[in-house]
Design a protein around this ligand. Structure first.
Ligand SMILES: [Zn+2]
Length: 414
């Protein structure tokens, strides 16, 4: 027992990670407009609070973690204003330690076991790039392309799957928000299936015969690296904003009704929108890449809440084909539910989150003229587990859910 504890402590010291011991995960439900405004005031721009699910509407669940020094004050405030609330976890570091087990294990490059081990855990950025290169060198229908460079000069890589020319393209971006590890891991698992199961699995073969598929599994490599080495809960990129603040929320930085509501100007905010649209190398290069590729469909993969969402996020206005998009999203959600019984809800982003400006999905629909633009919010559901922190046993079930959703869309576009 002591040896295990010492080893865990040594690892924490070795990687110098921010420690979340006794950080508590709260779930609160505002039941009146007054409570909603009160909760926003209590959690937004409070340095001791990290919001996981933003307050949006009355009766919608809100989740946030609170640092140990502020827990009593938060409980007191919630009770004083008669909030319905729960503490989902009293020590979020326990969940992080559990999730982190074996993350840095390495297998041999020369066996299938290596590919399996990398896609069964939350792999490092370097492992992911190695795996993409391995697929390119071993499978004829796989090609890598450089999207651009991150602020810290990491490659943002795209992997393309193409069996025959002239097909319409489906584009999937993952890992925009670096703490949403299940997004990256689920996409990587599907990448593995698309690379290794062509002509061996009818579902994969069928998808590849219908479309060319392009995945960008790690849109925000600097942020992802930072979540693994320094702070598990980092969301933004790593470009400095001011002397004291770092990082822009890449999914608030697109040129789609940028500015105004829904992307806080406060530079330390986890949803800071950046100084101008496309101020960040990651969004600028991804937008350029998408314009060059001209995909027929665009998917932005996030976590968590178990949703399949349609544009717009930045305006109450509906796109002309809103009904058709919603119908497809509902079909996808129903198929995803069949995989493991998790219920996915479908609808317009603004109905679930309130107004969000500068998102990639709005930009794809409004500015890149991609008809079919959607967001996935993967597992877990609100209140069900530890939010972004999921044991790696969730990777395969989550990937199967996402793949069921993508397949349903792909068939529905015909
Ligand atoms: Zn996200």
């Amino acid at each position: 027992m002591w040896i295990v504890m010492v080893l865990v402590l040594m690892r924490a010291v070795e990687i110098g990670a921010k420690n979340y011991t006794n950080y508590q995960l709260f779930l609160a439900i505002p039941r009146t407009p007054d409570q909603l405004e009160r909760l926003k005031f209590m959690v937004q721009n409070t340095p001791q609070v990290d919001i996981w699910i933003e307050p949006s509407y009355v009766n919608h669940k809100v989740e946030f973690i609170v640092s140990p020094s502020y827990v009593q004050k938060m409980k007191f405030q919630l009770s004083s204003f008669e909030f319905e609330y729960l503490i989902l976890n009293k020590n979020i570091q326990d969940a992080i330690d559990e999730e982190n087990k074996d993350t840095h294990q390495r297998g041999s490059h020369y066996t299938g076991l290596w590919s399996k081990s990398v896609t069964d855990k939350y792999a490092t950025y370097e492992e992911i790039i190695d795996l993409l290169k391995y697929y390119q060198s071993h499978y004829n229908h796989v090609l890598l392309d450089l999207v651009g460079k991150s602020w810290e000069n990491r490659d943002i890589m795209a992997i393309k799957f193409s069996v025959g020319s002239g097909k319409k393209k489906i584009f999937v971006e993952c890992g925009t928000h670096s703490r949403e590890w299940i997004s990256i891991a689920s996409c990587l698992k599907i990448i593995k299936w698309m690379a290794t199961k062509f002509r061996r699995d009818s579902g994969v073969t069928n998808m590849l015969q219908l479309y060319e598929w392009i995945f960008v599994p790690v849109v925000n490599p600097d942020g992802y690296n930072y979540t693994q080495e320094t702070d598990r809960m980092w969301r933004k990129n790593r470009k400095p904003v001011t002397k004291r603040c770092t990082g822009t929320d890449l999914n608030r930085n697109y040129d789609a009704n940028w500015s105004g509501l829904g992307g806080c100007d406060y530079t330390a905010s986890p949803v800071y929108r950046g100084p101008s649209p496309f101020s960040e190398p990651e969004t600028l290069s991804l937008a350029g890449f998408i314009k060059k590729e001209k995909p027929y469909a665009f998917f932005s993969v996030h976590s968590y809440s178990e949703y399949v969402l349609t544009p717009f996020a930045s305006t109450e206005e509906k796109p002309e084909d809103s009904e058709e998009l919603t119908r497809l999203a509902m079909q996808a959600a129903a198929e995803m539910e069949k995989v493991n019984g998790h219920r996915f809800a479908a609808g317009r982003i603004i109905e679930f989150y309130g107004m969000i400006r500068g998102s990639s999905v709005d930009w794809a629909k409004m500015k890149a003229n991609i008809t079919y633009s959607f967001v996935f919010e993967l597992r877990p559901n609100r209140g069900a587990m530890n939010g972004f922190i999921l044991p790696k046993s969730n990777i395969k079930p989550s990937a199967l859910e996402l793949f069921a959703g993508l397949k349903t869309f792909a068939k529905g576009f015909l």
